[in-house]
Write a protein that binds this ligand. Structure first.
Ligand code: NDP
Length: 250
């Protein structure tokens, strides 16, 4: 295949996509998958050296140069989110997509003994940080010429409550609600589609923390769920809005 043909067939050529939780786990793989389809990815997470490792991998593969954006979504400071969006605006001018994938598991315990500090930490990162980020980047998504895609990461326990999943489960229910509201508010008037994606059980450190006795070798790998991640950022999903999707059969 000639280089011109190969480039033309790239699904995310010249798109600018923000990926949160890009330092490891599903987010790191999604960032790489988007870059392999021609996107410039902005890698957000707290652990700078792990973000840089993903950046280096993208460089080694000769893909569009990424950007590293160390940021704590649990910082509880709206001003910092506004500064973050301003920085992206200055450097890139717009966003064509955002995968809000970062999250924490918190405690696994019954609600009547769930620690308040753990509850607040999960809510700060998994709910408040998602809200503040979605709010601050909406004007950047609106500037996409392609119709931007905002993907919020959910979970099975965000669609049906399950004992001992505590704040994590409640936080993912909140994400589903936020997705439905944003999908109604942003699609028709601002050409931004908003969907939620449940990765399903996937071999990552979070999964190992949630199920320590499980054999990780039997789990789906992050690479195996990348087709739907790419699809949701590409023009193929232009008419998908307000949907609660699954990356794996239930
Ligand atoms: P991991 O724990 O492996 O990765 C989580 C990512 O989120 C890391 O990059 C981490 O980076 C980032 N992150 C955590 N807290 C913050 C914060 N305060 N600010 C910025 N970034 C943060 O999780 P997975 O890859 O397994 O999960 C990704 C998403 O998929 C999550 O939303 C999770 O709830 C969801 N999910 C996962 C499933 C699974 O089986 N793996 C199943 C269902 C849903 P850093 O520490 O550098 O900040």
């Amino acid at each position: 295949m000639s280089q011109a043909v190969a480039e033309k067939s790239l699904k995310l050529k010249d798109r600018v996509i923000l990926v949160t939780g890009a330092s490891y786990g599903i987010g790191a793989h999604a960032a790489l998958a988007y870059a392999r389809e021609g996107a410039t990815v902005i890698l957000l997470g707290r652990t700078q050296d792990m973000l840089e490792a993903v950046y280096d991998r993208i460089e080694e593969e000769g893909l569009p140069q990424a950007a590293v954006l160390p940021f704590d979504l649990g910082c509880n400071d709206e001003e910092k989110f506004i500064e973050l969006a301003d920085l992206i605006a200055r450097e890139f001018g717009r966003l064509d997509g955002a995968l809000l994938n970062a999250g924490v598991l918190g405690q696994k315990a019954p609600l009547d003994s769930y620690k308040w500090a753990a509850w607040k930490q999960v809510m700060d990162i998994n709910v408040n940080g998602q809200f503040l980020l979605a709010k601050s980047i909406t004007p950047l998504l609106e500037l996409s010429e392609h119709g931007a895609s905002l993907v919020l990461t959910s979970s099975s326990v965000g669609r049906e409550g399950r004992a001992f999943w505590g704040a994590y489960s409640v936080s993912k229910f909140a994400i589903e609600g936020m997705m439905q509201i944003l999908a109604e508010e942003l699609y028709d008037s601002r050409n931004i589609r908003v969907n939620s994606l449940n990765p399903g059980g996937t071999r990552t450190s979070m999964r190992a923390e949630a199920y320590p006795a499980e054999n990780p070798a039997q789990l789906t790998t992050p690479d195996q769920i990348m087709d739907i991640h790419v699809y949701l950022m590409s023009d193929e999903s232009k008419h998908i809005n307000g949907q609660a999707l699954n990356a794996q059969p239930k």
